[in-house]
Each structure stands twice: as structure tokens, then as C-alpha cells.
Write a protein of this length. Structure first.
Length: 166
């Protein structure tokens, strides 16, 4: 299994997860566990991937949770946009991850350029909101958050960083 199995329409099942509520009382670790449980067979757990890919996809999956995103193609696009605009990873480093990691390259090859372009164009209105939210944030979300964040609630972390779900 690759890090993400692309299947159209899958996320109808994933919609409405607890971590997708702005004031979720789940901890970051609980939200991540829910994300994996709701996407069983679609999202590979990092421990099943090669070490370099594991770090990339764990950090990416944490972005899905903290920004309240599911695994539809539009939300996958938004996860990348919110990562670039609202995280401390930086554009160059994130682009290096996506272009060098074999798992990431496999996903983009499966998706194809035209589908990727279509998804990108489809999320443009939400991308504008993501840009506005990035400026409103109190500080950038850490790409690889410290372990102690795992025991803090999503509501608390979102408040501290000024993260609003869109």
C-alpha cells in the first residue's frame, strides 16, 4: 500500500470526524488516531512506511488533524495549501519533500497532472480563505510538533496558534 490510496468519493465516510470540530476536546494524539481509524485502508500509518516517508506523512497527517481536513482530493489539496501558508516547514523544504520522497511521488504519479490541476483550481476559493487565516494566526504551526503537543486538546492548540477551520 502506498501512503495514500486514491479513491474518488471515499471521504463521504470521513466527513464529520470529531477532530473536524473547531473546539474539539480530543487531544492531538486522539485526533490523529481517529484520522487513521476513519481512513483504514486508505491512509498508511507512518510506521508501515520507510523512515524518510514516515516522517513526511506523519507531519502531513497531523496537518490534516490540526486544520480539520479529511481525505477527499480537495481536502488533500487544502492540507498542502495550509501546510505551505500556516506551518513553519517553508516552501522549499516542503517542495523537496514532495519531489524527493518516493511515496509522495507515487501519489502524484497516480493522481496525474490534469487531476492535480483540477483539484487545485477547485480549491482556489478556499485557498484565498487559507491565506487570510494564515495572516490571522498568532504563530505558525510547527511542521513537526513536539511530543508534548500530543497530550493537549485540539481546541487548546488551535486557540494558542490562532487556527480556525475553513
Amino acid at each position: 500500500m502506498t501512503a495514500l490510496a486514491l479513491s474518488p468519493g471515499f471521504a463521504a465516510h470521513a466527513a464529520g470526524a470529531g477532530y473536524q470540530n473547531q473546539d474539539a476536546k480530543q487531544t492531538l494524539a486522539e485526533g490523529l488516531e481517529e484520522y487513521y481509524a476513519r481512513n483504514l485502508g486508505r491512509v498508511a500509518r507512518p510506521e508501515t512506511l520507510a523512515p524518510g516517508s514516515a516522517e513526511l506523512f506523519r507531519c502531513h497527517d497531523l496537518c490534516h488533524v490540526i486544520f480539520g481536513l479529511d481525505t477527499t482530493l480537495p481536502d488533500e489539496g487544502m492540507a498542502d495549501i495550509r501546510t505551505l501558508l500556516s506551518c513553519d516547514v517553508g516552501w522549499r523544504r516542503y517542495a523537496e519533500y514532495l519531489t524527493r520522497d518516493p511515496e509522495a511521488k507515487a501519489i502524484f504519479n497516480e493522481l496525474g497532472f490534469l487531476n492535480a490541476l483540477g483539484v487545485t483550481l477547485g480549491v482556489l476559493p478556499r485557498a484565498v480563505l487559507a491565506l487570510i487565516e494564515a495572516f490571522r494566526m498568532k504563530k505558525r504551526w510547527p511542521w513537526n510538533p513536539p511530543a508534548e503537543f500530543e497530550t493537549r486538546t485540539l481546541a487548546e492548540l488551535r486557540e494558542e496558534f490562532g487556527i480556525r477551520l475553513i
